[in-house]
Design a binder for this molecule. Structure first.
Ligand SMILES: Cc1cc2nc3c(=O)[nH]c(=O)nc-3n(C[C@H](O)[C@H](O)[C@H](O)COP(=O)(O)OP(=O)(O)OC[C@H]3O[C@@H](n4cnc5c(N)ncnc54)[C@H](O)[C@@H]3O)c2cc1C
Length: 475
């Protein structure tokens, strides 16, 4: 009963519904450990800001149990082995991860620990379903989201485990680095994120409760409008595991089961459908290990991209002359987040209007998103680019100005993030170059000076993209 168990914390920085912790707490005394591997883990990114404050919050929460979170830095396998040998641990428990490199690391870790007579238990990771069970009738992975979605709905969802009532720490003291020594934070561009977020377990619950109260019952109707903010903003909390995906599912199911909410069931189901999109991305990562680096449609290997550092820079800094694109890119830089509708528009613009390889966009999002997640990011980019298995056809090219008119009709979102356009009437805000000179003057705008002219013409860019696409169709 008093087994000494090391529990590894990775992208599951919470105590609630943490299967490895839950089972370890029932079986013995525990040593919670977080190891920062500089080679693979991210440093100096928006997400390392998130990880830093999540670790701080996790440590404070564990303090309530008189248990210290042990922080180490270095190569994970050797660090864990050394720690297990030094502390004479009987076992190491962890939750599964989904990235091919991570799975490989876990497999090697398991082999080495077992070779040293240390027990290893891997528990299911942060997914709703047992994804390895989900295959089509030909025993192949589902390629179409709708079929995958319907199949998932027949599967049981794992019940959240709650938080262990009792956590007992190892009897002897174990040395730990200070959080600062992990060097997760170098620069200072992300300090402003504090204005927008409260990373960690407590912040996750606050955000979730706020969304259930103010956004969930309207979700389907309003989720596409970036100025409305009726989306959950749970993605950064989910990305490092401050909250369990199964808890979100269970809360929604309870609300659906309550007859008083019958008229809202479609709204709530629409939210659950998005959670299954997240499952679909993990599923693709598991089935296609190069999902986050290579186009799944092999004909795109021949696609003639036009790498262009000036255009790429204009996109990154929100200086394209397309207001919705610029608003999104500036929201991203300022807050580490961007609304999903706008992500689709900026991604399409980069890949189709500017002909930059989607991997460039992936890399910029990896650096700047607080919710960066390899599976979702890869699916988002491959979907928009038309390179994924179930993706938007390449020939469907978003017109950024029309997208703005449709989803930000009064320009409230644009005015927030592109303040130099704030005085422009809504009629012109999605295409300032169409405004008469007098209107521009009244709004204090000099195109090409206070706000850029469009860096590419929509019609020309569209025709060029289609031409490139037709070339690979024949290849
Ligand atoms: C080019 C591109 C890149 C993206 N990169 C990421 C990324 O790195 N990390 C990330 O979490 N999401 C990514 N997404 C998906 C989506 O934009 C975000 O999950 C969503 O905007 C997060 O905001 P939210 O939590 O308020 O979402 P909500 O609308 O409240 O949805 C709730 C949850 O459902 C899941 N979800 C919602 N939409 C999607 C989707 N389209 N695909 C997969 N899961 C979804 C997320 O876990 C989200 O937190 C990307 C989308 C695109 C088009």
């Amino acid at each position: 009963m008093n087994k000494k168990i090391i529990v590894l914390f990775r992208n599951d920085l919470r105590l609630d519904d943490h299967p490895a912790l839950w089972h370890a707490a029932k079986s013995g005394v525990i040593l919670p450990v977080y190891i920062h591997n500089e080679q693979f883990s991210m440093c100096n990114t928006a997400q390392s800001f998130w990880t830093y404050y999540s670790l701080q919050n996790l440590q404070a929460t564990l303090d309530d149990y008189n248990t210290q979170l042990i922080l180490r830095k270095g190569e994970v396998i050797s660090e864990v082995l050394q720690l297990a040998l030094d502390t004479e641990a009987d076992a190491v428990y962890f939750n599964e991860r989904f990235l091919p490199t991570e799975r490989n690391e876990d497999e090697q870790l398991t082999n080495i620990l077992q070779a040293n007579n240390i027990e290893v238990k891997a528990f299911y990771g942060d997914s709703l379903f047992n994804l390895s069970n989900i295959q089509n009738q030909q025993n192949k992975p589902y390629a179409i989201f709708t079929s995958f979605y319907k199949r998932c709905l027949q599967e049981p969802v794992r019940k959240p485990l709650g938080q262990p009532t009792n956590i007992r720490a190892f009897p002897t003291k174990v040395s730990s680095l200070a959080l600062e020594q992990l060097q997760l934070l170098h620069g200072n561009w992300y300090h402003k994120f504090h204005h927008y977020w409260n990373p960690g377990i407590d912040g996750a619950m606050e955000q979730w409760e706020l969304f259930v109260e103010r956004g969930l019952f309207d979700y389907q109707d309003k989720r596409d409008y970036p100025a409305k903010e009726t989306i959950s903003k749970m993605s950064p909390f989910l990305a490092v595991g401050n909250i369990s995906i199964r808890l979100l599912w269970a809360t929604c199911q309870e609300l659906i089961d309550d007859e008083d909410n019958a008229i809202f069931s479609q709204q709530i189901e629409s939210f659950l459908r998005q959670l299954i999109w997240r499952e679909f991305s993990i599923y693709q990562l598991l089935n296609y290990p190069t999902f986050s680096t290579d186009s799944l449609r092999s004909n795109f290997q021949h696609f003639e991209w036009e790498p262009h550092s000036i255009r790429l820079e204009a996109w990154k800094t929100g200086q394209t002359g397309y207001p919705l694109v610029d608003a999104g890119m500036r929201e991203l830089w300022e807050t580490g987040y961007m609304h999903n509708r706008v992500r689709m528009v900026v991604a399409s613009f980069l890949v189709k209007h500017l002909l930059q390889p989607w991997q460039e966009g992936y890399a910029w999002f990896e650096h700047t998103l607080v919710d960066f997640n390899a599976a979702n990011n890869a699916m988002g980019w491959q979907w928009v680019s038309g390179t994924g298995i179930d993706s938007a056809p390449y020939f469907r090219i978003f017109n950024p100005s029309l997208q703005g008119e449709k989803f930000d009709a009064d320009g409230a979102y644009i005015k927030k993030w592109v303040p130099e356009l704030a005085l422009l009437p809504a009629k012109y805000i999605h295409a300032p170059q169409t405004a008469p000179t007098a209107i521009l003057e009244q709004a204090g705008i000099t195109l090409g000076d206070t706000y850029p002219l469009p860096i590419v013409d929509h019609k020309t860019a569209r025709a060029r993209a289609l031409e490139r696409y037709n070339a690979i169709k024949k290849a």
